[in-house]
Design a protein around this ligand. Structure first.
Ligand code: ARG
Length: 460
């Protein structure tokens, strides 16, 4: 049994199997945390030095060792060893191998607040990345709206009323705007410094938590140490909820696009489809099906995080480590799906002839006709009945509403209709169908990324 950094009270210590069980999967996830762990340690030791807890020479020794580990990481040369348990122990061991002062870097800190810190820094990046992906999808819809024209809106999957392509695009832009807002709000809560909470009860060392918050570009300090440590997993679960709702949206959009394309109303670019190994005729919308399917993974990650937390007492419990897997897997899936969806949306085409036929066969003009009658004095319930009769008349005749003359329509509706009124009522080219989407240039995620990058630059 090799000696662990915390091995003082142990005799034989944990078996190789125990270490493997605890760490083999976690260490792969921890590879993602390396830069954040190093940045967090740089801020921590700078603060210890400013507070005169470590000497100038010790500070310089530790920080230059940390910077050299950072360069190794940048060159893909810092590989985590599972026998050292986790990223925190790996970095500390690497620093201590370079300078004996490394043995002081864990003063006034615990892995409990350290992992919280690493995860907050990591999640900040992931949240901003997801916001950028969402904005990318909004932009894809904004560009698509330029292919404007009529389109059918559906309720109960049956033709309801005519809308425009740009109106449909705008609905997705607005909807994604709420996903962005939700993530921004979650971001606000996770942007608080947990460092200095230590194991659970804070510390009597004269540390300066505001200083580490400033160095790491946090907006505030998470004051109560017990609360800070117990909150592990909460931001993860909240982010996973934001991602779950976004994935729900992507899944519904996938379903809608699959359905509309199956009806021949829109086309999915060939580059987003694949064929069959046996049926030469097939062109399948795999990307969309996979996005729809992967929604379940992200829901699963949310459930994983919530369930991992629910039985834990206040303070640190190893169950909390599970939320790392849930968060990382959920973020990877959501980001990839957002990106893939932006690609699919950019490549969509519309089949105008098929859309016209769809509107016609669904008698999509009926509500407008009822409104027209009501506007001319007929009570709406009566107007609804009359327009319904008109639909029935067309159905019996096997013709669309636009095939009727003004005279014939007037007879069925029981009122005279002017030629010019009928011409606009029976078609789908009216000016109200001419909406345009405008998406403002996104700035939040980009500006916030810059602010953080600037703070990090000063550290390394
Ligand atoms: N690898 C651990 C995690 O991700 C780090 C914290 C370990 N703390 C402890 N007391 N064992 O949760």
């Amino acid at each position: 049994m090799k000696k662990m950094l915390w091995g003082g009270r142990f005799g034989e210590g944990p078996s190789a199997d125990t270490i493997l069980f605890n760490s083999s999967e976690n260490i792969q996830l921890d590879a993602e945390l390396i830069p954040y762990d190093i940045l967090g340690s740089l801020a921590h030791v700078r603060m210890l030095y400013k507070q005169e807890i470590i000497s100038t020479a010790e500070y310089e020794g530790i920080s230059s060792a940390l910077k050299s580990v950072y360069s190794q990481w940048e060159g893909d040369a810092f590989i985590l060893r599972p026998d050292l348990e986790d990223v925190h122990m790996n970095v500390e061991a690497a620093v201590t191998a370079m300078t004996p002062a490394g043995k002081k870097m864990h003063t006034a800190r615990s892995r409990n607040d350290q992992v919280l810190l690493d995860m907050r820094l990591y999640m900040r990046d992931r949240a901003l990345g997801l916001i950028l992906e969402m904005e990318g999808l909004q932009k894809a819809f904004a560009a698509l709206s330029e292919k404007d024209g009529p389109m059918a809106a559906y309720t109960h999957t049956r033709v309801a009323q005519p809308i425009t392509i740009s109106f449909w695009c705008e609905s997705w832009v607005d909807s994604l705007g709420r996903d962005i807002d939700r993530l921004k709000e979650a971001y606000g809560r996770l942007n608080a410094n947990p460092l200095g909470a230590c194991a659970i009860a804070g510390t009597a060392w004269k540390i300066d938590r505001k200083e580490t918050a400033r160095l790491l570009a946090f907006n505030s300090v998470q004051e109560n140490a017990l609360d800070a440590i117990s909150s592990r997993g909460e931001c993860e679960a909240e982010m996973l909820f934001c991602m779950s709702l976004a994935m729900c949206k992507l899944s519904r959009l996938s379903e809608e696009l699959i359905w509309l394309s199956q009806k021949g109303l829109l086309g999915i670019a060939e580059k987003h489809t694949t064929g069959s190994s046996i049926m030469p005729n097939k062109k399948n919308p795999d990307v969309l099906e996979l996005i729809r399917g992967r929604c379940g993974r992200v829901y699963g990650s949310l459930a994983h995080a919530l369930i991992a937390l629910k039985g834990t007492m206040g303070g640190y419990n190893s169950d909390m480590q599970e939320t790392k897997y849930a968060l990382m897997s959920g973020s990877d899936t959501t980001a990839a799906c957002l990106q893939a969806m932006a690609g699919v949306v950019s490549g969509l085409t519309f089949n105008r002839g098929a859309i016209e036929r769809e509107l016609e066969s669904g008698y999509a003009q009926a509500t407008e006709i009822a409104d027209f009658l009501a506007l001319n004095g007929m009570p709406f319930r009566e107007a609804h009945e009359k327009a319904g009769k008109l639909v029935r008349h067309c159905e019996d005749k096997g013709a669309g509403i636009s095939a009727l003359s003004a005279k014939e329509a007037g007879t069925v509706l029981g009122c005279a209709i002017k030629e010019s009124d009928w011409a606009s009522l029976k078609g789908f080219g009216r000016k109200r169908l001419n909406r345009r989407v405008t998406v403002k240039a996104p700035t939040f995620a980009r500006e916030e990324k810059e602010r953080i990058e600037e703070a990090y630059q000063k550290l390394v």
